[in-house]
Design a binder for this molecule. Structure first.
Ligand code: NAD
Length: 484
């Protein structure tokens, strides 16, 4: 039996509410973007079922928060091991519903599972503190308590890791969760929940509400007073709308939103290392990564050599179904994603951009797009302002460090930035002046469970990963013990 088959009840993948598989009457298809085939029908839930899931999470929370850190740690560890035991099936599932090459799906299983392993360990280090007192007869304590029910609303581009990055610290802290996965990739979420039950995580601690159109479920998750934290990863416009909705019940929020990452190549950079970093940062997941480079800023002296080397490498990237050996660029998630890349390409070319390779949908059809490089890009073009979210590298030119910093920071976003240089003074100065939550110095891949992931400005609020990621799911309670 395949992992998809194990999720089906009467031909439909059911949602998980309070430990029971919920197969409502409405359903929606999950499409393989590489072939256009329907992989499965998934139950389409609405506001009532979202409220049921919140009630289930709330009820389960009463016992869950009383468990010891060691008990939570060992259940998380069991979930981690269960995932690793099914890693190949999970990787295949992600390639089928999201399209990324199998090698990247395998890497996402390892990355996604690493959050569970890390927070299983970190659960045991969630300490409070005692503080110096303001009176001889008083003692001051600071307790760290779980926030309560957490709603996790996640995107399609990392169907597994965006869920584990939220759920593992929440569960470690003693919270219960309601997951609302992206409509394009609900099967991975359901598979993870099934494995959590198998691992012994109690019913109601993890709930999954699948929906074809998210607004009604989102309304419940952001306004029900029993939900105490909304942790969202997705686009900035949706994040802003959810923040506004959360205001009515003053919830804690974590917002992991869009980016417009600059990748700066200075004249003194190691050219080969910069091109390797550029390919890794830009073309992973066909450019559908929030920390993907969106703008290459390249200094005059190295510009032509960099552009030539980049275009040569990009033209040779193998496009195909993620299940085929050798594929490095899979399909985009859907036709709308292809249309957005084409709009950015057409706009750049119309305004004087120089197309070096690609620039059109790939002959494979469906939502495949040819990896593209455009040089002579300027700030008036759409690619300078908007996240392309596809396999398009747009290259700007600059004269000096001041100009590069000004260009890099000239965006409302502030998620990730990268730069390549060798001069150590420049490395310190540039790193300090970039207005971003994360900076890669001579490095194009920066994500790890060990470090705090998140952005500034309109890229979001809060951090995921590292010990900071656990603290986000706790509240501090100050206790003053008097009369001693
Ligand atoms: P999206 O904002 O369209 O959707 C994200 C999630 O929100 C999905 O589950 C969707 O169903 C849900 N959603 C949409 N409208 C909603 C509503 N009204 N109420 C409740 N839920 C709603 O984003 P996407 O297209 O799935 O993902 C791509 C975006 O995510 C990009 O902008 C990317 O940069 C960003 N992203 C950010 C990070 C990060 O960590 N900062 C990571 C991955 C992706």
């Amino acid at each position: 039996m395949t992992l998809i088959d194990s999720l089906l009840i009467d031909g439909t993948a059911a949602a998980l509410v309070g430990g029971r598989w919920h197969s409502g009457s409405a359903r929606f298809p999950v499409i393989n973007p590489a072939t256009g085939e329907t992989l499965a029908q998934v139950v389409d839930l609405g506001a009532d079922e979202a409220r049921e899931a919140v009630a289930a999470a709330h009820a389960a929370g009463a016992d869950w928060k009383k468990t010891t850190a060691k008990e939570r740690a060992s259940l998380l560890r069991a979930w981690f091991e269960c995932i690793l035991a099914h890693s190949e099936a999970l990787a295949e599932l992600m390639t089928l519903e999201q399209g990324k090459p199998l090698a990247e799906s395998r890497a996402e299983v390892v990355y996604g599972a690493s959050f569970i392993e890390f927070f299983a360990e970190e659960a045991k280090r969630m300490a409070g503190e005692t503080l110096p007192s303001h009176g001889a007869d008083k003692r001051l304590l600071v307790l760290r308590e779980p926030v309560g029910v957490v709603a996790a609303i996640t995107p399609w581009n990392f169907p597994m890791a965006m869920i584990t990055r939220k759920c593992a610290p929440a569960i470690a802290a003693g919270c219960t969760v309601v997951i609302k996965p992206a409509e394009a990739t609900p099967l991975t979420a359901l598979a993870l929940a099934r494995l959590a039950l198998e691992a012994g995580i109690p019913e109601g601690v993890i709930n999954v509400v699948t929906a074809a159109s998210p607004a009604a479920v989102g309304e419940v998750l952001t306004t029900d007073s029993r939900v105490r934290k909304v942790s969202f990863t997705g686009s900035t416009p949706v994040g802003k709308a959810l923040l506004a909705q959360c205001a009515s019940t003053v919830k804690k929020t974590a917002m992991e939103l869009g980016g417009n990452a600059p990748f700066i190549v200075f004249d003194d950079a190691d050219l080969d290392a910069a091109v390797d970093g550029a390919i890794a940062s830009k073309y992973r997941n066909a450019g559908q990564t929030c920390v993907c480079t969106n703008r290459f800023l390249v200094q005059d002296g190295i510009h032509d050599a960099f552009v030539e080397a980049l275009a040569e490498r990009v033209a040779s990237l193998q496009v195909g179904d993620g299940r085929e050996p050798g594929t490095v660029i899979g399909p985009l998630i859907n036709q709308a994603a292809v249309d957005k890349v084409q709009r950015h390409v057409d706009d750049a070319v119309a305004k004087g951009g120089r197309l070096l390779c690609g620039g059109h949908p790939h002959p494979l059809g469906h939502s495949f797009y040819a990896p593209t490089v455009i040089a002579d890009v300027t700030t008036e073009m759409c690619v300078a302002q908007e996240e392309t979210f596809g396999p398009l590298a747009s290259v700007f030119r600059f004269r000096d460090e001041e100009e590069a910093i000004a260009m890099a920071n000239d965006t409302p976003f502030g998620l990730a930035a990268y730069f390549y240089a060798r001069d150590y003074r420049r490395i310190w100065h540039v790193m300090e002046r970039l207005q971003y939550g994360m900076v890669g110095v001579n490095e194009g891949l920066i994500s790890t469970e060990l470090a705090p992931f998140g952005g500034v400005k309109e890229s979001g609020l809060g951090r995921e990963g590292s010990h900071h990621g656990l603290e986000e799911f706790t509240e501090l309670k100050y206790v003053c013990v008097g009369g001693l």
